[in-house]
Design a protein around this ligand. Structure first.
Ligand SMILES: Cc1ncc(COP(=O)(O)O)c(C=O)c1O
Length: 311
């Protein structure tokens, strides 16, 4: 292993410490309560089985970025597992707004919206045992990605856990059950890295345990075909931005061979936008810092967010 700086693992979701988060209020089934009082039943389907769906979103200048895209994914996911949210998109937006107001939050906010199949009458698997409607939770936190992430970059290690075929657990479900990803992250941590780089069943580079993945080679952006990864909203926006600005972008199969030799690599996700990758399997990528293309994409994305979330 050739990691030279501190060996302390950071995550793609590290944020600047904000003490206001110690007293946030959380939406839980229509009520808004202090985080210490926000509790769900031990019979909840999400707790018992990971039977639920979630979305990570961001609030800037009082506007939820790419709200419709997040709702498209959430409603598709819930429909596919016959989970009746019991709320329209408009009602979800209202609940988000109410929660933000209760917390006096307006910008640089991260949201985790969670919908589970609800409380079960017995602690067993059958979905029919959830009989009292879904559990809906909204956690909003003051959140700015850590600058350490941008300076030091993320270290990845390739892990044996793959992104499977859609007939096992389709990677497009943003489900509460993320054990495959948790295992991948643990494996990466044991290898001295921050996140796991996951391959697809054919051995092509796919995604990480919590973000989508891009490489830059000779001025081109490459990302996986999309067949085995989360249909990330940020991933889609980066592809659209490249197409709009004449930057060559390809969704294609590529292997570790081309990945290790990339000029740059970065992760995408709602939380951190684009996070540079410094090392993969102990091999430095480019000069080990955010390269010119990563910085350019970050700038374009920042402008897109400003346009999307004008006050
Ligand atoms: C496994 C995985 N990949 C990628 C992403 C990034 O998706 P998005 O850009 O929509 O935040 C997420 C976020 O939920 C995820 O869980």
């Amino acid at each position: 292993m050739t990691y030279s700086d501190d060996q302390h693992a950071i995550t793609a979701h590290d944020s600047e410490e904000d003490i206001r988060n110690r007293d946030i209020k959380i939406f839980i089934n229509g009520e808004i309560v202090h985080r210490d009082q926000a509790k769900v039943s031990v019979y909840d389907s999400g707790f018992l089985l990971g039977d639920g769906m979630w979305e990570g979103m961001r609030l800037y200048n009082g506007k939820w970025a790419f709200f419709e895209e997040h709702m498209d994914r959430l409603f598709d996911s819930c429909k596919a597992v016959s989970l009746d949210i019991g709320m329209s998109r408009e009602e979800i937006l209202e609940a988000l707004t109410k929660t933000a107001e209760a917390n006096q939050m307006n910008t640089d906010v991260h949201c985790r919206l969670m919908i589970t199949r609800g409380t079960k009458v017995k602690p067993f698997q059958h979905p029919g045992l959830s009989r009292s409607g879904p559990t809906i939770v909204i956690i909003l936190e003051h959140s700015k990605p850590s600058t350490k992430l941008l300076d030091r970059g993320i270290k990845l290690a390739t892990v044996p856990q793959v992104r499977g075929l859609p007939m096992s657990q389709d990677a497009k479900y943003n489900s509460h059950s993320k054990l495959n990803c948790v295992l991948a992250c643990l494996q990466a941590e044991q290898a001295g890295a921050d996140e796991g780089l996951m391959l697809d069943p054919h051995g092509f580079v796919n995604t990480t345990n919590s973000c989508n993945f891009f490489i830059v080679r000779k001025g081109e952006l490459w990302t996986s075909t999309g067949d085995y990864c989360m249909n990330g909203v940020t991933r889609a926006k980066v592809i659209e931005l490249c197409q709009h600005h004449g930057i060559p972008v390809y969704q294609k199969n590529f292997s570790l061979f081309e990945t290790y030799g990339a000029d740059e690599a970065f992760l995408t996700g709602t939380f951190g936008a684009q996070t540079p990758v410094s090392f993969i399997d102990g091999k430095q990528i480019g000069n080990g810092q955010a390269g010119p293309m990563t910085r350019k994409i970050r700038e374009l994305y920042q402008t897109l967010i400003e346009q999307e979330c004008q006050s």
